[in-house]
Design a binder for this molecule. Structure first.
Ligand SMILES: Cc1ncc(COP(=O)(O)O)c(C=O)c1O
Length: 385
């Protein structure tokens, strides 16, 4: 009973702190809108940044074609046993070709990618250096890894260099890991500087492009493409669950590292492979997004305009991407702002510690290329009142 009591107490504490999580009641997601608790709201909380998930002709064409092949809803086994499928090869070849890299590896999710990669690559003789605001999945990967880790101040590459200089010669291999577009702040990593540091200190650089794929770069390959650094970065990861409107994740790398990960990465080896129905859809959405140059430009223009209007009204709005956070500092204000927007027909989430650092609560507006300025023009006025 003691254990049950402790669990109950912990949940009560979460409730008292206003941090108790419940699943939302979502009955419909339909283009720009989402129905939550029976109310239709403009969805400003989706990661389907290009609206591919609502592309009806693409979707119905695909489901029709796929239903003819049959038995594709499960892979029934891990890839190394009987779960592999020709669509995996096609998808990995398409990714490698798109990035002009030797090889690609597909994972079940970005979470699987991040909890598996660093533990597979590093040993206790190595060191991992990670941006302080990296996603929870990267942090969990570092906790599983045997290598010690240190966190550098967010986007503070002088601090990173201090740590690199201090670590030089003391470890077998140093890894640097960062997001490119930060998921909660919408700001951008300086990839040129990171590549320069990686080269100077012979470190191994891993860039998580989860929120950049589809949105940045001529072919939607992310910030690595914008920065012209696709070939210089050791491993670039991307997810299928966001702008690519599917499920799963991938990394591009050399053939050597692909072989190594396939042999050592526990979140690849010990899990059931993705079902073919998902792999085929990912192939299609990957090709679709790479041609959506105009949508990318429009999305970034829309974000710049909203940021500008909010800053004009005195709000603290960091970042330079389609993720537009309005920092409130206090939790109560973030919750009140989100509630006010919801009352006016907009869904965007308050984000509070521990998801973000203490005293940096915010509402997070996630824009999509299917939105027009008229859809969101009232937001600055509503939260400014
Ligand atoms: C930066 C980053 N990496 C990885 C993930 C995890 O990806 P997935 O949702 O595919 O597990 C996310 C988001 O969920 C993310 O924001």
């Amino acid at each position: 009973m003691q254990f049950h009591e402790r669990i109950r107490q912990e949940l009560d504490e979460l409730r008292a702190l206003d941090r108790f999580r419940v699943l939302p009641d979502i009955s419909e997601r339909n283009g720009k809108h989402i129905v939550v608790n029976g109310k239709s709201l403009l969805n400003l909380s989706s990661n389907d940044y290009l609206g591919i998930g609502d592309d009806e002709p693409l979707l119905s064409g695909y489901t029709q074609a796929f239903s003819e092949t049959g038995h594709a809803m499960t892979s029934s086994s891990s890839r190394l046993l009987t779960g592999n499928h020709p669509l995996y090869d096609q998808l990995e070849q398409a990714l490698a070709a798109l990035y002009h890299r030797e090889a690609a590896l597909v994972f079940n999710s970005g979470y699987h990618a991040n909890i598996g990669m660093l533990p597979a690559l590093s040993s206790r003789h190595d060191l991992i250096l990670s941006d302080r605001l990296n996603h929870a999945s990267i942090i969990d990967g570092m906790k599983i890894a045997e290598a010690p880790y240190q966190r550098f101040r967010h986007r503070d590459y002088d601090h990173l260099e201090e740590l690199l200089a201090g670590a030089a010669g003391r470890y077998r291999q140093i890894f640097i890991v960062t997001e490119s577009v930060f998921s909660m702040d919408g700001d951008l990593a300086d990839l040129e500087r990171l590549v320069a540091l990686k080269e100077k200190y012979e470190a191994f650089l891993i860039i998580d492009e989860a929120h950049a794929v589809g949105v940045f770069g001529e072919h939607g390959l992310g910030l690595c493409e914008t920065a012209g650094m696709v070939q210089q970065i050791d491993i670039i990861t991307g997810t299928f669950g966001k702008a690519l409107a599917s499920t799963g994740a991938y990394a591009v790398m050399s053939a050597l590292f692909r072989d190594y990960l396939l042999n050592t990465m526990r979140s690849v080896i010990f899990t059931t492979a993705l079902p073919p129905v998902i792999l085929g859809w990912s192939l299609l959405t990957l090709a679709r997004q790479s041609a959506m140059r105009v949508e990318r430009q429009e999305l970034l223009r829309l974000a710049a305009r909203l940021r500008h209007e909010l800053i004009e009204r005195g709000f603290d709005v960091p970042g330079e991407s389609h993720i537009v956070p309005v920092i409130t500092g206090g939790n109560d204000l973030a919750v009140a702002m989100a509630a006010k927007l919801r009352g006016e027909g907009f869904l965007c989430m308050p984000v509070r510690p521990p998801t973000v650092p203490e005293k940096s609560a915010r509402i997070r507006i996630s824009l999509r290329s299917i939105l027009q300025w008229e859809d969101i023009a009232r937001i600055p006025e509503i939260i400014g009142d």
